[in-house]
Write a protein of this length. Structure first.
Length: 366
């Protein structure tokens, strides 16, 4: 190989590696709060009108998503929220910006026709550019966007159902500054896909509120945040990251079992490797009747036990159907199985008698 060809090959390799590095997204922040702390070198907890808060105005002691670890929770001040305002890269290190977090409302009482609970409100170009999301009610988010002081879109009402049902929901946001591109996913579903064109935004990041609940309108609520991620590009797992439904294990009695005691409990596990099982979605029907089992465990693995009261009938075929979905909305194909209970024992057993003793058995009919 000639020296020129070798040099050309080396240059191409360097260019390819450089491009690959440029395309690789870096996670700048990940907060799961499991150590009951967060990076105070970056985040400030604010309330209304930029009031700096401290515990018990917020807390890090509530169970996290999936029932394990911990999460960030509003405390005495319901609008407590995290804001990355210290040591924010300016300019932003790349042309892309991605944020993901999970949020739930343990309690919510609507007191206004359009609550103004800002759930995502980052600013760049000073305060002249932003994307603005505010939860208005259980099913609706208000969305607007500005570029260098000019509205790019406003008055957009987004359909995002069941936000205040007490369950964890995922919110994801993506910005490509140079192209004026913005996307938003709710529970893995693409809701906003805007392309405002070039020249609308720069990378002069000011602050990132995740979320920003300003509560300009009166309200009564509590709120929790978990698994907060901020990236300088689109991670490969962004968007609809959980497409796998829950599954069933450890079924008892096993399908096809015979002579099962009439007092036997029906038990099984519902597991999920992604967002976790939605506990409220677990449904069990026995011979066509919905029953109420005892459910324990975490969203990754719920143990389900049904203790029949009264007992099952004798020589009965018991048909069981199980269904569930995960917190990302993936529904499993219902699982069905059956078993047969033991026969009724109505014969009277003759007791053995001691040697030399005669025992007479008298039937109930005399």
């Amino acid at each position: 190989m000639s020296a020129m060809r070798r040099l050309t090959t080396m240059i191409l390799i360097i260019l390819v590696c450089t491009c690959m590095d440029a395309l690789a997204a870096n996670r700048l922040i990940y907060e799961n709060f499991d150590n009951q702390t967060f990076d105070t070198g970056k985040f400030i907890v604010y309330g209304h009108d930029w009031a700096v808060l401290s515990p018990p105005q917020y807390n890090l002691s509530s169970a996290g998503r999936g029932g394990t670890g911990y999460c960030f929770s509003s405390g005495a001040v319901s609008e407590a929220h995290l804001c990355w305002r210290k040591n924010v890269p300016n300019p932003w290190p790349t042309d892309e910006f991605y944020v993901s977090f999970w949020m739930r409302y343990p309690s919510f009482r609507q007191t206004d026709d359009h609550e103004n609970l800002k759930l995502f409100y980052p600013h760049w170009d000073g305060v002249d550019s932003y994307v603005h999301y505010a939860m208005c009610n259980d099913d609706t988010i208000y969305y607007s966007a500005k570029g260098k002081g000019v509205f790019l879109t406003q008055g957009r009402w987004l359909d995002c159902p069941n936000q205040t049902d007490g369950k964890w929901h995922r919110y994801e946001f993506y910005v490509k500054f140079s192209a004026g591109v913005h996307k938003f996913w709710y529970d893995g579903k693409l809701v906003v896909n805007d392309n405002f064109g070039p020249g609308k935004w720069t990378r002069a990041m000011y602050y990132v509120s995740t979320p920003s609940i300003d509560a300009e309108e009166p309200g009564s609520f509590s709120r929790q945040i978990d698994d907060l991620e901020i990236w300088d590009g689109m991670p490969s797992a962004a968007g609809p990251s959980d497409a796998v439904a829950p599954y069933i294990t450890d079924v008892s009695p096993i399908s096809g079992a015979a002579s099962v005691p009439v007092s036997a409990k029906v038990s099984f596990h519902v597991k999920d490797t992604g967002s976790g099982v939605d506990k409220d979605s677990i449904a069990v029907t026995i011979n066509g009747v919905r029953v109420t089992p005892v459910i324990t465990g975490t969203a990754a693995d719920y143990a389900v036990v049904y203790d029949p009261d009264p007992d099952f009938g004798h020589s009965a075929r018991i048909n069981v159907i199980i269904s569930a979905r995960d917190l990302a909305g993936n529904s499993m194909t219902p699982v069905s199985f059956s078993f047969t209970t033991e026969a009724y024992k109505n014969s009277v057993q003759r007791p053995s008698s001691p040697k030399g003793v005669s025992v007479q058995v008298i039937s109930p009919t005399g």
